[in-house]
Design a binder for this molecule. Structure first.
Ligand SMILES: Nc1ncnc2c1ncn2[C@@H]1O[C@H](COP(=O)(O)OP(=O)(O)OP(=O)(O)O)[C@@H](O)[C@H]1O
Length: 226
């Protein structure tokens, strides 16, 4: 991010901020409600365009990317058809699609739901399906925006296991969460935002043991931060 800012109707919502996500991650983006975490992810993924500055990639070509949202955005068709559609949109040859889709459903424990309409699956199953859809595309970068905030503990555990597996497979993870415990479990580095500003970007152990900014200090000791 190079001097990136995002304004809406002349109100500055994020930035200006400059930082580089150059480590192996996972990067956990943290901060209070309204801090700008979702905006930052959407700008990074290219769903929004900065009103100032620019987002660039170190590679010549934009890497293969996927995004998982708090509320999964699934098509009104079966679970397996959601995956096959994602493969088709990403130009994967037709003959390879079904096997990749079923392998991914199996990985996420969804084989029995393959023919079930995606939108009647439970919240936890829908989120696993969203992860399966990302998995099938072998993304180089995966953005996850509060992927577990609507889930019960068992479903949270499944999502965290998947995030670890993506990371081990070499996918660069950038994820927002409100949950400090979850961030401790997953983070390689932490990007901390408050009031639309990046206050801190540090390795996770530094962030949790000795945060530099007063905003981050207050956040991790449980004080309310605007
Ligand atoms: N499309 C939009 N139009 C106008 N304002 C927006 C838009 N998207 C976000 N905002 C505002 O930008 C600010 C940051 O929003 P954002 O969703 O990024 O916060 P967040 O840190 O993800 O919060 P939360 O933890 O509650 O999800 C908020 O004040 C929000 O109201």
């Amino acid at each position: 991010f190079d001097g990136v800012a995002y304004s809406h109707e002349e109100r500055l919502l994020l930035g200006p901020c400059s930082f580089t996500l150059d480590g192996i991650g996972p990067t956990l983006v943290m901060g209070p409600n309204g801090a700008g975490k979702s905006l930052l992810l959407r700008l990074a993924h290219g769903l929004l365009f900065p009103t100032e500055g620019r987002v660039t990639w170190s590679s010549d070509q934009k890497p293969r990317q996927a995004m998982v949202f708090q509320q999964p955005v699934l098509l009104r068709r079966s679970a397996v058809a959601n995956l096959i559609h994602a493969l088709a949109v990403n130009n994967v040859p037709r003959r390879k699609r079904a096997k990749l889709a079923f392998d991914s459903l199996e990985r996420f424990g969804l084989t029995a739901c393959a023919k079930t309409p995606a939108r009647v699956l439970s919240g936890g199953q829908q989120q696993r399906l969203a992860l399966a859809r990302a998995w099938v595309l072998s993304p180089q970068v995966l953005f996850l925006d509060e992927p577990t905030s609507a889930l019960d503990p068992a479903a949270i555990k499944a999502v965290e296991a998947a995030v670890r597996e993506f990371h081990q497979r070499g996918t660069r993870i950038v994820m927002t969460t409100h949950d400090i415990h979850q961030a401790r479990r997953l983070a390689g580095d932490v990007l901390f935002l408050s009031g639309g500003k990046v206050r801190e970007h540090t390795p996770a152990d530094v962030f949790f043991d000795a945060p530099v900014s007063p905003e981050a200090q207050a956040f991790i000791t449980g004080e309310l931060v605007e």
